[in-house]
Design a protein around this ligand. Structure first.
Ligand code: NAD
Length: 362
């Protein structure tokens, strides 16, 4: 803590770290003290005015004045950084997906439990203002008993090579983006028990770039304590052109709600010469585009950072936990198993596979 501001450190200095540092620098109670990356930390620190940079994140964790750490590096590193940060007594903000496999998830839960550090699993859909409002509508009873819920995220594919390399990422779009849907379903519905997963997936467009799935539809059935069931559908794509798509649909016995995050919050724009930035992963920006405004805020990223800052300051408990991250990962593993076996998978599901895609591509 310095001048009333908590001091945060970033592990990773590229795409998602850029998004989070903007929110940290806007928060009145936080500062970014340091950043660590074997390659991009010096340039990131210079560009963003971060006082300290490290090539090894362990050196950053040794700083006594560091109050918390954000894990913004590739998936296979989440477990080791969590264990090191927990051992150093630093509160943790961890990007999705939680980690590569269920054994790693257990290691992370153990490290958090035994160290007593706060751990926040960073699922921004639980902070996305439009989706928070849809949940409020459901919670106040405006939709009656929700029996069907859909969440989808689609774009033309990830920005960095490691996402496409399943040995480093662990899987394709079901892992990379399905994790959002699964955490969203649990949060939206008040964390009922997931009882089955059925998935269809394939490499329909990008077989030249990846062994991972680039298009998937996953059904998850949840059972509430009163025995009522909710059928949830996640639709995920790394193949869809025309920029990012993110949608929620909720259906209940008294009503329904449709929330289109990107196009529903955009400026309908026509330009013959193109706009500088239309939306994440827009392929072109000439002609008609759906130009976003306050993209980060509409997604809930600053709200998620503000929440973590309050967790570190001791004013809040993490809204999304390591157990939520593991539950989403369990559904991911079940989805790949379902696609691999061509059948519905009942939960709870356990697997000693080292990465989810191994259950599909055996
Ligand atoms: N919440 C979201 O919507 C969202 C969006 C994008 C990425 N992510 C997640 O964030 C994480 C990072 O993704 P990204 O898109 O920023 O990837 P990226 O490739 O753009 O950036 C990864 C960063 O990690 C650094 N790194 C690599 N090895 C490291 C090490 N040993 N120690 C410290 N830093 C290391 C790299 O140098 C790079 O700066 C992934 O887990 C990804 O799934 C989440």
């Amino acid at each position: 803590m310095k001048d009333g501001k908590i001091q945060l450190g970033l592990v990773g200095a590229a795409f998602i770290a850029e998004i989070h540092i903007e929110s940290i620098q806007k928060n009145p109670f936080a500062e970014c003290l340091a950043v660590a990356s074997p390659s991009s930390a010096p340039a990131f620190a210079a560009k963003r005015g971060v006082p300290l940079h490290f090539s090894d994140y362990r050196d950053m964790l040794a700083l006594p004045e560091l109050d918390g750490v954000l894990i913004c590096c590739p998936n296979h590193l989440h477990v080791e950084v969590t264990e090191a940060a927990a051992a150093a007594g630093k509160p943790i903000f961890c990007e999705k997906p939680l980690c590569m496999n269920l054994a790693e998830a257990d290691r992370m839960a153990k490290a958090v439990r035994e160290s007593g550090v706060q751990f926040f699993y960073a699922e921004e859909l639980c902070f996305t203002p439009k989706y928070v409002r849809v949940k409020q509508l459901a919670d106040e009873g405006a939709l009656g008993r929700v029996y069907h819920l859909k969440q989808s995220e689609k774009h033309s594919g990830p920005h960095m090579p490691w996402f496409w390399d399943v040995d480093r990422s662990g899987g394709g779009v079901t892992l990379d983006m399905g994790c959002h849907a699964f955490a969203f379903f649990r949060w939206f519905l008040g964390r009922p028990q997931a009882v089955s997963v059925t998935a269809h997936m394939g490499t329909y467009v990008h077989a030249d770039r990846t062994r991972g799935d680039d298009q998937a539809v996953i059904l998850v059935e949840f059972e509430r304590e009163d025995g009522s069931r909710v059928l949830c559908m996640a639709e995920e794509s790394w193949a869809k052109l025309g920029g990012m798509d993110d949608r929620v649909e909720a259906f209940g016995t008294e009503g329904c709600a449709y929330a289109d995050l990107m196009k529903g919050n955009a400026i309908d724009t026509f330009s013959r010469v193109g706009v500088g930035y239309a939306v994440e992963k827009a392929d072109v920006s000439t002609g008609w585009t759906f130009t976003v405004f306050e993209e980060s805020w509409n997604y809930g990223f600053p709200q998620e950072i503000d929440h973590f800052v309050e967790v570190v300051r001791g004013n809040a408990e993490p809204l999304v936990t390591v157990e939520d991250g593991k539950a989403a990962l369990e559904m991911i593993f079940a989805a790949y198993a379902s696609a691999g076996q061509g059948k519905r998978i009942d939960l709870p599901f356990s697997s000693d596979a080292s990465k989810p895609i191994d259950l599909w591509k055996r």
